[in-house]
Design a protein around this ligand. Structure first.
Ligand SMILES: C[S@@+](CC[C@H](N)C(=O)[O-])C[C@H]1O[C@@H](n2cnc3c(N)ncnc32)[C@H](O)[C@@H]1O
Length: 314
């Protein structure tokens, strides 16, 4: 796999790749104008302004007063899910802000100290999906939010990232999105019914449980790898690439623990490939994985347990 190079896209390039249009039932949305390969860079966008994630209306008016007339006009045409409850500037902020950094942007979740949030005029048009085909990652060096495709996207398909944690059951996701963002989620995963919904819920909640269980397998690397393979299989079935890199990195660590450096290399290479897709080859994660791929013995856990041979990715 060849990861995309460091991104910048002109307006013309963007228009050839995607456009903003009305999406039935969900206001506006961003739609692919051509087929797009997984891991492709879509666009990067600087924030119009940044504030702490819970500003007052007057703080917002202060920030807006430093914007141009056109930017103010664009701000006030963004979606507003809190029309009946909040003053316009605050209501639009609550509907559209994104956290800088790579955490969740759920309002109820504890935020790291000093975490900032921002308004991104174009990204504000991207709707939510619990099976997202777009990733967003904050580039702290260039001060831009970067958007990439997580899987192959067809011409005409809507581009969506996830507003909430996707590793929970449908009713919990829908409740969170209603409570935190004021809308009833109509994404494909939230529209599943019957046996399909039960199966999807089972996989997503199992993957979450496996995250925890894998972390407790430090003394049982073989069991750890078995659980990781199970989680990767379920992630594939749910089309959720997000978490693959993290599981592959855990598998790498199990392998270096027992000096199985051949399989360690195979796992960390896969972690690198996935992180190039989800956050780009220049991301901190991708850089770290590349270093370990070149020299797995440099990891602090190397040879901490007796030698053994585990297995690599399927
Ligand atoms: C950040 S805006 C996204 C763009 C918005 N559709 C627009 O017209 O500008 C968030 C709002 O879009 C709508 N929305 C986003 N994702 C949705 C989904 N999965 N199901 C239903 N509505 C959604 C909700 O009204 C939500 O408050």
């Amino acid at each position: 796999m060849t990861p995309s190079t460091t991104p910048t896209a002109s307006i013309e390039e963007q228009e050839e790749t995607f456009f903003v249009q009305d999406v039935p039932g969900n206001g506006k949305g961003v739609v692919a104008a051509r087929s797009i390969r997984k891991g492709e860079f879509l666009f990067s966008e600087p924030p119009l302004f940044t504030l702490n994630p819970s500003p007052t209306n007057s703080m917002l008016l202060g920030a807006l007063s430093k914007c141009t007339r056109d930017e103010q006009r664009q701000y006030f045409t963004l979606a507003n899910s809190y029309r009946k409850r909040l003053l316009p500037a605050l209501a639009i902020w609550e509907t559209n802000f994104l956290l800088l950094g790579n955490g969740t942007h759920l309002k109820a979740a504890p935020q790291p100290l000093g975490e900032l949030a921002g308004i991104f005029l174009l990204a504000s048009r991207i709707n939510s999906s619990c099976t997202p085909n777009v990733s967003k990652s904050w580039d702290e060096i260039r001060n831009v939010m970067v958007f990439r495709t997580l899987r192959d996207v067809q011409d005409g398909e809507e581009l969506c990232f996830n507003y909430c944690d996707v590793l929970s059951a449908q009713d919990e996701r829908k409740r969170t999105l209603m409570e935190e963002f004021g809308f009833d989620c109509t994404c494909d995963a939230c529209r599943l019914g019957g046996e399909e919904a039960v199966e999807s819920d089972r996989r997503r909640t199992s993957i979450l449980r496996l995250f925890d269980e894998v972390g407790r397998c430090a003394k049982e690397p073989t069991l750890g790898i078995r659980k990781i393979k199970l989680a990767l299989q379920m992630l594939k079935e749910e089309s959720l690439i997000h978490y693959e890199a993290s599981f592959c990195y855990d598998a790498f660590q199990f392998c270096v623990l027992v000096s199985d450096f051949a399989n360690a290399k195979a796992w960390i290479r896969r972690a690198w490939e996935v992180s190039c897709i989800t956050s780009g080859p220049d991301s901190n994660a991708a850089r770290m994985f590349k270093v370990y791929w070149a020299n797995p013995r440099s990891h602090t856990l190397a040879a901490a347990l007796p030698k053994a041979t585990l297995s690599g990715p399927d």
